[in-house]
Every structure is written in C-alpha cells, then in structure tokens.
Design a protein around this ligand. Structure first.
Ligand SMILES: [Zn+2]
Length: 437
C-alpha cells in the first residue's frame, strides 16, 4: 500500500465521516446514477446483443468499438491493442487518463464471453428487474459499471483529478499464451497504478454482501521421469534400478505426504503415462503408452495442476516438489516443469483496507457491512495480473447468476448499486474527499 493510500483510508475513518453517510459530491453522483440507470441498461443490451466469444475476433472488435465510443466520450485516450497473430486472440481495448494528482486506478473488465458465434444463446432478454443474455453477468454488466461510475465522477466534476486506466481484455475466458505477451499491457497498468479494481459480478449470499480480496494462483506442471530399460528379472539390481514408474510413484507419494497440508494450497495429478514408449501432448491432455510387464519402464509422464494463495506459498511448494523430484531412486532421473499460469492475488493488508472502505460505502448505501469471501470460492482472473503491484479488490460488478450457462442472468436493480459503490469508492480512495466532509 502506498503512503498516500494509507493516509486516505486512515483519514476516512479517523473522522465522523467514516460511517456517517454521504457528502455533497456523493449525493450528486447518487442522484445522477439513479436518473441514468436505464441508459446503463441500454448500453448493456447493446453490447450483449453483439456475440463476442473469445474466438470470435470480429465480434470482440465490435464490442470494443461500442465501449471505445463510451471511453472517448469520457475524454480517455483509447487504444485498440492488437495481439500478435500467433496468439490467435482479438486484442484489448484500453482507455487511459494519466493526468491528475490523486491515487491511480486500473479498472478491469473483459470484452469476450464463453459463448461462441454458433451458440443459440445470443440475445439480451429483459423480464422486469432481470435480464438474461450471453455475457450479461460475465462481464458486460461490469464493463458498463466502469463507464457509468466514471461518468458519475465526471458529472460531479471529480474525474479531472483522478488518473485512471480502463482495461478491457479480449481474451479473459481463454487467455492467449504466452501470458507474458497477452497480459503485458495489463501488467504495465498494474505497475503504474496504486489501486486495481475488478468488475466481475459481486457476491451476495447468506444475507450479506461479500468482497473478494484474494484469489488463488492456477498453473500446471509436468513431471518427466526416466528409468533404465532392461529385462525385469534384474529390476532393483544395482545395474537396472527401480524403473520410471516406481520413481514416478515415489515422487507422487512424497508430494502427497510432504507437500500436502496447507489449506489454501492444492495440487493435483491429472494424468499419468508410463512404459517403454510414451507420448503425451500437454495441449490436448492426451497420450499413449506401450510397455511390457517384463520390461523395466523407461519413461513416465505425469501432468498436473497447482493452486496457491500467495507467491510465497507457491514458491515454497515448488521448492519442496523440486527437492522431492531430485531425490531419485537408483538408476532413475526426473525433472518437473511448471508453466507460467495465473499468479495469485494474495490477501494483503492493502486489499483488506480497500474492502473496509468499500464496506463503509455499502453501509452508507444501507446494505450493511461486507465480509471477506473465502478465496477457495473463486477462480483465477485478470485482476491477479495487477495484484502483485497494486492493492486490489475484485467483484465490483452487479449481481448475477448462471455465468457460463444459457441461464446467465443479471439483477438489473444491482446495476445502479454497483455503479454507486464504484463511483463513491473511487472518489473516497482518490483523496478528493476532504477528511471530515
Ligand atoms: Zn467467465
């Protein structure tokens, strides 16, 4: 957390203003948002009616054109960021405003959905306070919240002093690889910003609102083991040793015995191949094996995944796994490779401070305090790429359900709620609100 941000948060709470409702600016933003909630719904409808599955690059560009129109109107410098052809991804839309002296924000949404062009689920359908449609919840609703929160700040004359980058990625549902390229601009925005906010759907459960201050990393590993191919009558002899399959079994059992245990650390062995002649394709998750019962196994390949709550926890686990892999049985050798994966968003003090500030906004809005969501309940997301550099909070979008299914829907009354939360939170954290106001 930056010193300035710490000061802003402490000031918010060291005065009566901490839990005593809205100042004049906030009041004005609330009125403006209430008066424009149908406009926000219209923008949602417009973008949901453009099919934009991750591989539908033309559709994604069309959604980007609509959002670009909105960001241009806000006075942001917009840029369509093309991806190299080999990544086979559409690109990203970024809008930037780097002037202003307040805390710097990066606001994260995405243009793609999981519904490709041929999907029958393709239209925005409104039914009273609810609407269904592809991406209505994940996360074209959140994209709209970003635009309308910034518009409310602008209408109240507060945007000028707030440096902000809006990052709409075009491949959140199936990120282009390598991530070092597809997430380059997002990482740079994180390095620039003080605060990162993710606008996927909010969570309301068991009678209260929940904030997302942490998510686990997600990456894969491949264990490759070599043994000495020989007649099995000599197995375990000094000359032949244990073979690749016994060595793979030793390694996996040691992972189970010695690495397992921390609640927020999980790892899984997903597939295993072993024998004389082994092929395995990590992209297709498919392989083939030939071997004989009387031949000591020459090769074994295990493909697995690992999730952790912090970079430290992930490194600790990897180090221990590498040590286990290196302690080979006779006449065998083994190596383990970890892919780049999604980094963890660790539950830092800075993230907790952001949630406290959001919780105060939520109390002021009459919805009560917000609690910390268990990170095991949410998967990896784009916010994780900025979280190593900023204080970060996710789940700033509206309330929805059925994401990734043909029942995907959104509670339209939660759209103005999410816009108010975001606008007021950004205002309070920017330092624009005077302590005691
Ligand atoms: Zn999704």
């Amino acid at each position: 957390m930056t010193k300035r941000l710490l000061f802003v948060i402490l000031s918010l709470c060291s005065f009566a203003a901490c839990a005593s409702g809205f100042d004049e600016n906030e009041q004005r933003m609330i009125e403006w948002i209430d008066a424009h909630s149908e406009d926000a719904i219209a923008l949602l409808e417009e973008t949901v009616n453009i099919s934009s599955g991750t591989m539908n690059h033309e559709g994604i560009r069309k959604v980007a054109d609509v959002m670009r129109r909105e960001l241009d109107a806000l006075g942001l410098d917009t840029e369509w960021i093309e991806q190299p052809p080999e990544l086979q991804r559409a690109g990203h839309l970024f809008g930037r405003k780097t002037t202003g002296t307040g805390n710097r924000f990066v606001l994260i949404g995405h243009l793609d959905t999981v519904f490709e062009a041929e999907d029958a689920f393709s239209a925005f359908v409104r039914d009273g306070d609810w609407a269904t449609g592809p991406g209505v919840d994940d996360m074209k609703g959140g994209n709209v919240v970003i635009v309308y929160a910034l518009r409310a700040l602008q209408e109240a004359g507060l945007l000028d002093d707030i440096p902000v980058v809006v990052a709409y990625t075009g491949d959140e549902e199936k990120a282009g690889r390598p991530l070092a390229i597809s997430r380059k601009h997002l990482i740079e925005a994180g390095q620039w910003a003080d605060i990162g906010l993710g606008f996927e759907s909010a969570i309301h459960a068991d009678g209260s609102d929940w904030g997302t201050i942490a998510r686990r990393s997600s990456s894969n590993w491949v264990l490759t083991v070599a043994g000495k191919r020989a007649h099995s009558s000599d197995v375990f002899s000094d000359r032949v040793g244990a073979g690749a399959i016994f060595e793979a079994a030793r390694i996996l059992n040691s992972f189970y015995e010695d690495v397992r245990g921390e609640r927020e650390l999980t790892f899984n062995a997903g597939t295993i191949q072993g024998g004389t002649d082994v092929q395995y394709d990590t992209q297709q998750n498919r392989g083939s094996t030939f071997g004989k019962t009387n031949v000591v196994a020459q090769t074994a390949i295990v493909h697995g995944g690992i999730r952790a709550i912090s970079p430290e926890q992930l490194e600790r686990a990897k180090t221990r796994m590498r040590e286990i892999v290196a302690a080979n049985l006779p006449q065998t050798s083994a190596s383990i490779e970890f892919d780049e994966g999604y980094p963890p968003m660790a539950p830092t003090d800075g993230n907790r401070a952001l949630l406290r500030a959001l919780s105060e906004v939520n109390v002021d809005l009459g919805r009560g305090p917000m609690k910390e969501l268990d990170p095991l309940k949410r998967g990896a997301a784009d916010i994780s790429f900025v979280a190593p550099y900023t204080d970060a909070l996710a789940g700033m979008g509206p309330l929805g359900k059925g994401g990734h299914t043909p029942e995907e829907s959104i509670d339209l009354t939660s759209l103005p709620l999410a816009i108010k939360r975001a606008a007021i939170l950004i205002y309070r954290l920017s330092g624009a609100r005077q302590p005691g106001d």
